[in-house]
Structure formats: C-alpha cells, structure tokens
Design a protein around this ligand. Structure first.
Ligand SMILES: Cc1ncc(COP(=O)(O)O)c(C=O)c1O
Length: 360
C-alpha cells in the first residue's frame, strides 16, 4: 500500500511515454536539432500546469525547485533598508527558512511566527506583519502537520500593509484545488514531485504580471533573455514575461516526464482527486481519532493525514503497517499517510480496521 504521495507521487505510465517520445526520441533522432521539440515540451508543461492553477501559461516560469525559485524572486525585488523583513511561520518547510537566513547577507532580515501559533490564524499574522515586513511566505499546506493556510485572507492583510505575498504550493498542488485568480498572490512556487506525480526537477514559479516592472532577477541566462537566440554578448534584455526568471539551459527530461503526469492529473481533474482523497481520509481519520493526542479538522487540512498517536498506539500501528508492507513515514511523533487517486477505498478500510483493532 503506497502512502507516500506527500514525498514522491507514483510514476504514471503516461510520464514514461512523454519522457521517451518527447525527450529521448528527438534527442536520438535529431541530436542538436531537438531543441524546438524540447522547448515545445516546456511550453506544453506550462499549458497543462496553467489549467491546474487557473492562470495564464505565460506567467509560469520553470524553476529547479521551490528553494531556488524563492531565492530568485527575493533577489529580484527592489529592497528598502526600512522594509526588508521576510516573514514566515516556523512550520514552513525548513529549506524556505534557509533561503531567508542566507539572504540576510544581502540586506534582508528574517522573522518567524512561532510554532505555538496556528499558521491558519489570520489575527496572528496581522500582529506579526509590521511596517518593516517586505514579504510573507505562506505555506499553502504544511508538510509536517497538514494544516492548510487561508491564502486569500492572509494575502489581503499583507497587501493592506504593502507587503508582497509568496505562496509555497509544493505540498498541495495536485490534491487541493487551486485557483490563482482568487488568491491575489504576487508569486507562487511549487514542484511536481509530490501529488502531481511528475518526479523531481520540474519546479515552477508563477508571477503575477504586474510584478514584472520591478522584478530584475540576478540569476539569469540565455533563457531569461527576451530573445534567447539573439546571441549578442553585449545585449541583455529581460524576457517580457515570467520567463525572465528562467536562467541557462533547462532540464528538459524533468519537464518531459512531468508533462505526462500533468496530462493525467488534468484528465482526472484535481477536484475529483480531492473528493476521493477526502473520502479516504475521513474513513481512516474516524478510526484513528480516539487514539490521537490532538484533533484535526479535515477540511482545514491538505491531502495527508498527519497523525500524532498516543505513544503506545503509535508503536503497535507502525509494526502493523510494516507487516502489511505499507510505505509511510514518520516526522518526530507524527505519522504521515497520504491517500491518492491510486489508493482504493478498500485500502482505507484496511487501515481503519487496523486502527479499530488497536482500540480493543
Ligand atoms: C511545503 C514544502 N515546500 C517545499 C518543499 C521542497 O522544496 P524544494 O523544492 O526546494 O526542495 C517541500 C518538500 O517536502 C515541502 O513539503
């Protein structure tokens, strides 16, 4: 039973096909002339992703991963000495904090909202956002707790204080429906490795178009150029869209793989995946609830059940999961179980039965 989609989503057959047909075959058959076909892969990738996010594909730029996208966005912003604080919640993915910490060398300051506060609490964010805050990083779904942030409400209070809003959707995209038109974010960063089942390497940035006029990325390359094939070393002109955040030669293989996965996700529809996930989560959660140290509101969570079992129950349940051959993981005392579209209702019932037996 595969329960690790919060880490790496399963490989769809379609992804193997697009990797072979759209990346390996053009390479084998055309060598250096494969570039038009390869760039077509990345265009198609952006188009499929735009359907998932309800945005324009020209506002999407490929990135290696979320951390690197965050660095690029923050380094591209005009920085004021009196408005230089990057604010995030302490339960953001640690890599995001590492980025902010390193950027203190370039004039930023880094502030965290302590774990004792719930990241969903809009009033807490409102208290922490000061005149000095330049940008907040919102984690749409938190990887260790599953808590889902009220992005639109947080973006509203940030914008009221003239603060930029970056959203990390690595842990939500593909299982939680996302409509970028409703969020009013400035920048959204994600990757395809988890619920999108697209493997590592196909990261992305979405940039709100009005951000372009004051975004001057430092980490650039020929694909950041308005005309990548101009090849004049004396003339650099930023691309007139989000692609200015791109850089040098892209990693086509990752996007060719992820393209097939995105096609499958779009055929299935994220809404249908979310409904299936919600049903299965409910089944398992109902059986687990009496054994947990804290309660969860499933509608305020992402796709993963992050369950903090009483220690004795945890020990036995882990043994049962191992015996059943399940793939799962543990972050300190929190067991993470992810139920994707390829998990069946029978599997959720099997987990629920294991949990009910523990209560006897
Ligand atoms: C919420 C969240 N953000 C980001 C990442 C990964 O960031 P990156 O793509 O920089 O490796 C993860 C990985 O687990 C995550 O859960």
């Amino acid at each position: 039973m595969y329960l690790l989609s919060h880490s790496v989503g399963c490989l769809p057959k379609q992804a193997e096909r697009t990797l072979s047909e759209r990346y390996l075959n053009p390479w084998q058959q055309q060598g250096g002339n494969a570039w038009p076909a390869w760039l077509g892969v990345i265009d198609d990738f952006c188009r499929e992703l735009a359907l998932i996010l309800n945005c324009d594909s020209k506002d999407i730029c490929p990135q290696s991963n979320v951390s690197s996208g965050l660095t690029k966005y923050l380094m591209a912003m005009p920085l004021r000495a009196d408005k230089n604080v990057i604010l995030m919640h302490a339960s953001a993915f640690p890599s995001m904090g590492f980025v902010a910490e390193v950027l203190t060398r370039f004039g930023y300051q880094f502030a965290l909202i302590d774990e004792q506060h719930c990241p969903r609490d809009v009033a807490v964010w409102a208290e922490h956002i000061t005149d000095k805050t330049a940008v907040i990083l919102i984690t749409h779904v938190h990887s260790n707790t599953g808590v889902k942030s009220p992005v639109a409400a947080l973006a509203k209070i940030a914008h009221n204080k003239n603060v930029k809003v970056v959203v990390d959707i690595a842990q939500s995209v593909g299982v939680v429906p996302i409509d970028l038109k409703k969020w009013q974010a400035d920048c959204v960063l994600g990757s395809c490795v988890k619920w999108l089942c697209g493997g590592p390497g196909a990261g992305f940035m979405w940039l709100e178009p009005s951000q372009l006029k004051h975004s001057q990325p430092l980490d650039v390359g020929w694909f950041s150029h308005a005309d990548p094939f101009e090849f004049d070393i004396r003339h650099f002109e930023y691309a007139h869209n989000a692609k200015r955040f791109w850089g040098g030669t892209p990693n086509v293989a990752s996007y060719a793989t992820a393209l097939g996965s995105l096609q499958v996700i779009n055929q299935l529809g994220v809404k249908a995946i979310a409904t299936h996930n919600r049903d299965l989560r409910q089944k398992v959660y109902t059986a687990a609830a009496p054994l947990l140290l804290s309660k969860h509101e499933l509608d305020h969570q992402g796709g993963t059940l992050c369950l903090d079992f009483q220690p004795a129950a945890l020990e036995v349940f882990i043994e049962d999961l191992k015996t059943s051959g399940a793939y799962f993981d543990l972050r300190s005392n929190v067991l993470r179980l992810s139920l994707h579209i390829y998990n069946t209702s029978e599997q959720a019932s099997q987990l629920a039965d294991m949990l009910r037996k523990l209560r006897l």
